[in-house]
Design a protein around this ligand. Sequence first.
Ligand code: 5CA
Length: 434
Amino acid sequence: MRLSRSFVPTLKETPAEAQIASHRLMLRAGLVRQTSAGIYAWLPAGWRVLQKIAQIVREEQDAAGAQEILMPTIQPAELWRQSGRYDAYGPEMLRIVDRHDREMLYGPTNEEMITEIFRQSVRSYRELPQNLYHIQWKFRDEVRPRFGVMRGREFLMKDAYSFAIDYPSAVLEYRKMMLAYMRTFQRMGLKAIPMQAEAGPIGGNLSHEFIIVAPTGESQVYYDAAFERIDPASGDFSFDSPADLNRFFSLLTTPYAATDEKHDPALWRNVAEKREGRGIEVGHIFYFGTKYSEPMGLVVAGPDGRPVHPFMGSYGIGVSRLVGAIIEASHDEAGIIWPESVAPWKAVLLNLKMGDARCDALCEEVYAGLGAEALYDDREERAGVKFADADLLGHPWQIIVGPRGAAAGTVELKRRATGERAELSVADALARIG
Ligand code: 5CA
């Protein structure tokens, strides 16, 4: 993409309303703009990041055997009356009345709706287990939306829902999601720590939060460094092997990890390598058995012909929150430092002297060689402005073309994460970027 024709409205000044680095940087780098309290428009660079994150989430859900669907944002109140949550959910739910005076709501989550879909369609234990997910906008009228997309009112969530005929097979679905989550966050350059959690308004009796450690996290966390050595991407764990899933689960749940409320200094004393920090919750999973299938009358015929209420779980990832969380985990004074897997563009090409025939020609050659994952800063701007915007936007690679190099047929390649620079031929620079 040519920056001169793109909508990437960067800001030099720090927006006064932004309290934390990710919020400031998302506004300054032109990723998002707020349109109402806690509601954001995603601009081209931000939208590219959001889609890349969603795609990683999608690939790992698919690998775990979950199937993608898309449920509506608007739901009938009636479904929530059946589960008993309509009144319980309180003022966080955005309630709407249509022209026929029917009560509707903008979904904060979809347990009721997916249970209704299953109730219409599934009859026998032979059709289970199933896990269905979607990536869809949610609305929660948070009392205090803050920190930009980290605690928004409208936000993008991946939510998956599993159905099983009995407890052991429900637990396997839960453990598959744990493995999928660890792989998902690892691909985004994040170290996530699963922590036993309260189930809260989703309900149920088994629940884990996935926390990434960053200085601006909302809660204090304590954990054993053993987590940092777990490699979920190793070929040792297969979604098809219950033994692997159980072994992975025990690797994840044996080392000490706790949030402030649950922190036990007595247990902590026995941890060899202590780690402590602030945590951002990027995912939350729940097993809640028949909490929805029973009141909503979802039944299937069990192996012995008797009716059974399926055992359910739900599994959320904060897709839009992850954009902020990744920035919190990876930035410096100058701006964002994107992990390559989610960067809006893999490389930026800086033409330091637009209009100089050699610079322009060399840039066109490099730009053609880079393909679709490149942004070409072809604006009529000073070099200093281009350097600052490149660091702010956090592209993993910068290719800098100036008159001196252009005369010699070389470019400067800079790696954003380390600041390393090298003077290279075009071919070598392209090879290095890969
Ligand atoms: N139904 C369950 C699982 S699908 C559920 O809704 N879980 S949740 O409430 O924990 O939300 C899942 C994830 O969405 C959270 O872990 C968090 O990462 C993200 N999330 C929740 N509320 C917000 C919010 N206000 N803004 C941005 N992300 C949010």
